[in-house]
Design a protein around this ligand. Sequence first.
Ligand SMILES: [Zn+2]
Length: 645
Amino acid sequence: MNDDKVFYITTPIYYVNDIPHIGHAYTTIACDAVSRYKRMQGYDVHFLTGTDEHGQKIQTAAEAKGKTPQQLVDEIHLNFKRLWEVLNISNDDFIRTTEPRHIKVVQAMFKKLMDQGDIYKGTYTGYYCVPCETYVPENAMGPNKTCPDCGRPLTIMEEESYFFRGSKYVPELIKFYEEHVKAVMPKIRYNEIMSFLKGGVKDQSVSRTSIKWGIPVPGDEKHVIYVWFDALINYAAAVGYLDDPEKFSHYWPHVRHMVGKDIIRFHCVIWPLMLLALGINLPVEVIAHGWWTYNGEKMSKSKGNVVDPFKMVEEYGLDPFRYFLLREVPFGNDGDFSELALIGRINSDLANDLGNLLNRTLQMIKSYRDGVVPDCVNAESELSSMAFNILDRVDEAMNNFAFDEALKAIWEFIGRANKFIDETTPWKLAKDETQAERLNFVLLNLYEALCFSALLIAPTMPDTAKKIWLQLGLEGEPVKMLYEKFTWGGGAGKEINKAEVLFPRIDINEWKKTQEEKKKMSEEIKEPAIEHEAEISIDDFKNVEMRVAKIINVEEIPSSKKLYKLEVDLGYEKRTVCSGIKAFFTPEELNGKTVILVTNLKPVKLCGVESNGMILAASVKKDGVSEQLTLLTPEKDIPLGSRVS
Ligand SMILES: [Zn+2]
């Protein structure tokens, strides 16, 4: 195998606890299209994706579900595998960071860096949320240094940690980027990384003692390796860094990482610094793409507008979805997803341009030549010379990951072929016996234009290309062909199959009507969304100590809009409790009320007041905010301090 024709591309490994969304789909479809394209150009392609499975969040999620972290990740990593099947992704490998082949490489690299003095022991200081057991970076904190997840105040914590001496390699990395200006794409990200590097890079903390679910530090097992240091190594582990030096040296010099723009510092700073320290050559390119909005708005779980790729494929078909994502935005820019824009593309580009070209051509070959592609003396035409031009343009675009440019060029060709029909008027030629050779020429050219179009669209729309191929009476499938094997005019004598509609048009008015009906129906039957917790045992429940208490004093907390400071009497003691019920009661309404108090919660400080318990209330919430609220209270008199069970 020619060593220049090797192509190794990776997606990021996706955080296994995430619900797969359009962003995951986009990165992976982009890698898939370029991989399929390179294979058709005769490259030895290795396409890697996978899942990132360590860290505190997994540990917490597993505990909440009563599972081990390993059991949990074994189940949920399948969400991603299932999506890649549905999206027709042609990855050659799928790596999980809990696999032994990954773990041993991480430990070996960590040890090598320790042995050579590039990993050393120090103290990590950071803001920590005790209940959530997690460090919160300064840029993610809530107001007044609070935890973004639970809202409680953060405390400064110190722990022993290993550090990676990345700072030592920064000058070398800057030099590399100065000599390789295309190593970070697009240019705007390259500039961002250069100015970040020139601003100075601190050594990275690369271990934790506060987390259990991770890869142990070799020789010091109370530490686990920090999840980013662990995750990045997958790219080298998957191609045999430790076990298969031949494979590694075959693929690694050609490695390219595709990432979202939010994680470029890890890929363009930390990872290259690690590689420099390890003496491994740096990636050829890191390609960063933008983000997707939905109908102009940022997608978020709380807005409920996160685009679900499974649903889009079900409603609009796989290939239109793949086509839309790659066609709609210049790669690297942010893009907006809207179903109306998707329908627009289906109707114009797919149904009108491509679908009609196929349909008209097949109909004519059937009517005028009994379904057999005619031969002619010389098949060279404007279309044939344009075809090879287009392939050059597509090649340049694909090498720059400019999928939109590649598809634009292909559609220019399809447009030209449609115009060729209008110009040559085959229906007139068919009526004139003396024009038989001319008609043969036109039909053969149109047939070849379709074969060529099928090959060109195959990396983006493999299924559609195959359908066209079958209707054209060809064997095999376009994604398995090589571009260089294609010859213009080779289709003479082929027997075509029945013409079938590739993409039914979607009537926008009908679509809007159905959307409105769906919305109406869902509003009518809509009950408040019920979120259930995982099952717990009776013992779990018994751990919660609840007792009858009486509110004996109510004070406002001036710095808080939500909280009252309450004094409650449990009979055997009095306590201070902060309760977020200010919006629903005046102090007079609360004073003297008998309530149920959770008495064994860890004390927390809220707005400077230590709260020793929680008053039970039932509420109706909308978007996470209580709209109605009522306190739980015993239905008869009962002594204060009585246990609730
Ligand atoms: Zn917290």
